[in-house]
Design a protein around this ligand. Sequence first.
Ligand SMILES: [Zn+2]
Length: 124
Amino acid sequence: MKIKKGDTVEVISGDDKGLRGTVHRVIPGRRVLRRRAQKGTRSPGSDHSRDRVVVSGINLVKKHQRPTGDVRTQVGIIEREAPIHMSNVALVCPHCQQRTRVGYQVLENGEKIRVCKRCAQTVD
Ligand SMILES: [Zn+2]
């Protein structure tokens, strides 16, 4: 996964193009394998073409919230973030503050870390 929770990202397409925000949540795409899932023989594989992220202040949608009987529920039209496709955002490097592509570097202990393709600094 190239983008993780807590990363700063920039939107590179759509209505919010150019805006930046912090990743709240990463929603990994799951391949739909109905037959196998029913039998329980294998868990569905990941499908990175379906990966999405929720970013603070990005892709706001108006939601009409009806009273639920719970006084803590905010009622009326509320704005909330909808998930945006992973391919529509780019990681913003914490070192050079530019949006960048992500490379990987494998440490001696076998750990894989992300590096900025622009300034070659580690991102993690
Ligand atoms: Zn950088």
